[in-house]
Design a protein around this ligand. Structure first.
Ligand SMILES: C[S@@+](CC[C@H](N)C(=O)[O-])C[C@H]1O[C@@H](n2cnc3c(N)ncnc32)[C@H](O)[C@@H]1O
Length: 216
């Protein structure tokens, strides 16, 4: 991770909500994503890009990363510095294999469970089998579902992002990846939150993985 203070200042300059306090969560997330991105030049499709800030930041921090953001909603920053397009949430408007990698950051839990495999297949189609870098959540108990809903309300409502969600449990992840023949690496739990906040919202709620069809 490059200089954390500089990245925090960059984020704060682009999103007023990230000026209120140190954006610990976003810094950890960007660090995790940088770790999982392929090295060197990479045409990257950010699916469910939201305001586009995550992909824009990755492009600024990692030389050779060329992201395009897509989303069903039109919440892109007005002066977003990467290309952005809306689509119908089903068929990605790109030819087979034109990307080196796809990112799905905190979006899969907003996709209806019966639509997830289809969207992942689309991501595999446009990347020629991956890799797919997925940052999402892991709900292991009923209380985790409540916790994650509260986090989505806190984090998404102010930005007008989607709140309706269905959080994946360990078995849901296993079934989804097995159905698509995907394997790869899952990062160990990381300190997305600290202090009392991490007691109420444990860091094990966050998962970050890189999977592909042909990975070992
Ligand atoms: C919590 S936001 C995350 C935005 C961004 N990835 C980030 O991390 O800041 C979830 C986004 O997923 C988008 N989304 C939900 N269902 C989608 C679908 N089927 N295809 C593409 N985007 C979708 C929503 O519109 C929303 O912008």
């Amino acid at each position: 991770m490059p200089d954390e203070a500089a990245v925090a200042a960059r984020l704060a300059g682009r999103d007023p909500w990230l000026r209120l306090r140190k954006p610990r969560y976003q810094l950890q997330m960007i660090g995790d994503l940088l770790e999982l991105l392929p090295e060197g030049r990479c045409r990257l499709l950010d699916i469910g890009a939201g305001n586009g800030l995550v992909a824009e930041t990755l492009a600024a921090l990692a030389p050779g990363k060329q992201p395009i953001g897509v989303d069903i909603a039109g919440h892109a920053l007005p002066d977003l510095r990467i290309p952005f397009a809306r689509f119908d949430g089903r068929r990605l408007p790109f030819a087979d294999g034109v990307f080196d990698c796809a990112l799905m950051c905190n979006m899969l839990h907003h996709v209806k469970p019966e639509m997830r495999a289809r969207l992942l297949r689309e991501a595999l189609r446009v990347t020629g089998g991956g890799p797919l870098i997925i940052k999402d959540h892991l709900a292991s108990t009923w209380l985790d579902h409540v916790r994650l809903w509260a986090l989505d309300v806190l984090g998404n409502a102010p930005r007008g992002f989607m709140i309706s969600a269905s959080y994946l449990e360990p078995g849901d992840w296993e079934r989804l990846l097995a159905e698509l023949g995907l394997s790869g690496v899952i990062l160990p739990p990381a300190p997305y939150r600290g202090g009392a906040f991490s007691l109420v919202f444990p860091n094990r709620l966050e998962i970050c993985l890189r999977v592909s069809r042909d990975s070992l």
